[in-house]
Write a protein that binds this ligand. Structure first.
Ligand code: NAP
Ligand code: G4F
Length: 350
């Protein structure tokens, strides 16, 4: 049995896929929690998944759900992980206003269900498990100071943000009450070509690719004035791992230290293909939120000093990386359409 065994919840998501690649590269045996879906939901990790009967297989997938405490407990007992990364979430802020109770169930109660399963496992068998909680800059919400650090008080502005605050504090509570090696990474927005298509950056890069190839005429957005500290997901999963390699658990802000508006993202993404964003963007009130987070800007001095972490991809590089990937995707779509195949595109984009 590999002495380094990681269990990742949310393995099929953006961060889960980058973390899986990262940990496999470090020689970990990686176990992922996947939930049952009526259609395939493993497209982001298919490229690293091999037949589990192969001797060299390093990735194992298990059905479970953050809303089901029994299966979480069974999974911990079965996998006996040395590290657990809790990335699973209903992670869309706008959708959390439509599904507040479900979001709280998965994000807030999901975290304590997992922590309880780990505590029970440690008590019973004497194993040491290190735990990572995916906290969020959304917890700062209506920010009370800028830039935001580990000491900045939280003022969440959505059911998602409130649920994340609960998960954050219950992680600290378990660390202090039960001597659990549990750390929270307060990560600012991080994006990539694997970002879900209903998040702002990917919605734009997808639209740019499709507009450039003549597959779409415009894109509907909400608030263009909010500002985010956007980084690259591949850089941020490295910080998660570094947190669990420290002798003592702690909490860290992970951010680039630069902030840009939604409008600026649009401008740069369209300019990359020689277009003016103002010709293609339309405003749809449905994409505004009941309460907005206007400005996020992180100070990650602690992570840079204590973990030796720093981002490698800057804002301009991130925008071009995403647009280039989506230009290629749109080209493949166009080829399929021209060959007479049906291509499905999302009709409702949150
Ligand atoms: P994501 O792409 O939306 O992935 C979310 C993952 O959670 C998916 O694997 C999803 O499974 C899974 N999930 C959702 N509900 C579940 C349930 N009931 N039981 C089990 N799994 C469930 O999110 P991400 O961008 O990778 O973010 C990873 C984590 O970091 C999340 O907790 C997010 O809230 C947090 N975070 C993200 C950012 C960011 O900017 N990306 C910043 C700060 C914090 P399916 O594939 O089946 O849907
Ligand atoms: O891309 P977004 O949906 O990300 P948001 O709300 O900042 O949340 C993301 O980052 C958090 C970290 O701070 C994570 F915890 C969370 O899980 C998620 O990954 O929206 C970014 C901004 C918002 O101000 C939103 O109002 O873009 C604005 N926006 C404008 N039009 C839009 C749209 N957002 C989306 N999703 N879709 C639009 O049409």
């Amino acid at each position: 049995m590999n002495p380094r065994r990681a269990l990742i919840t949310g393995i099929t998501g953006q961060d889960g896929s980058y973390l899986t690649e990262f940990l496999l590269g470090k020689g970990y045996e990686v176990h992922g929690l996947i939930r049952r879906s009526s259609s395939f939901n493993t497209s982001r990790i298919n490229h690293v998944y091999r037949d589990p009967h192969e001797a060299s297989a390093g990735l194992f997938l298990h059905y479970a759900d953050m809303t089901d405490p029994i299966c979480l407990s069974n999974l911990i007992q079965h996998v006996k992980p040395t590290e657990v990364y809790n990335l699973a979430a209903q992670s869309h802020v706008r959708v959390s206003f439509d599904q507040p109770i479900y979001t709280g169930d998965v994000v807030a109660l999901g975290a304590i269900r997992l922590l309880e399963a780990i505590r029970d496992f440690q008590d019973r068998w004497g194993y040491q498990v290190r735990y990572y909680q995916a906290s969020s800059s959304e917890q700062f919400g209506k920010v009370v100071e800028t830039p935001q650090t580990e000491k900045t008080p939280f003022y969440p502005r959505s059911p998602y943000g409130v649920a994340k605050v609960y998960a954050h504090w219950i992680t600290i509570n378990y660390r202090e009450s039960y001597n659990l090696h549990a750390s929270c990474g307060i990560l600012f927005n991080h994006e990539s070509p694997r970002r879900g298509e209903t998040f702002l950056t990917r919605k734009i890069s997808r639209a740019v690719g499709r507009i450039k190839h003549g597959l779409q005429k415009s894109v509907f957005l909400g608030n263009l004035e909010s500002k985010r500290d956007w980084g690259f997901a591949g850089d941020y999963v490295r910080a998660m791992w570094l947190m669990l390699q420290q002798e003592k658990p702690d909490d860290y802000v992970v951010a680039t230290g630069q902030t840009h508006s939604v409008r600026e993202f649009c401008e740069k993404a369209f300019a990359h293909v020689g277009l003016d964003y103002r010709d293609f963007i339309q405003i749809d009130p449905r994409y505004f939120r009941p309460a907005e987070v206007d400005l996020l800007l992180g100070d990650s001095t602690k992570a840079r000093t204590a973990l030796g972490w720093q981002p490698k991809v800057d804002f301009q590089h991130l925008v071009t990386m995403m647009v280039d990937a989506d230009l290629e995707l749109a080209q493949r779509e166009k080829t399929l359409i021209e060959a007479g195949h049906a291509v499905s595109t999302p009709k409702e984009q949150a």
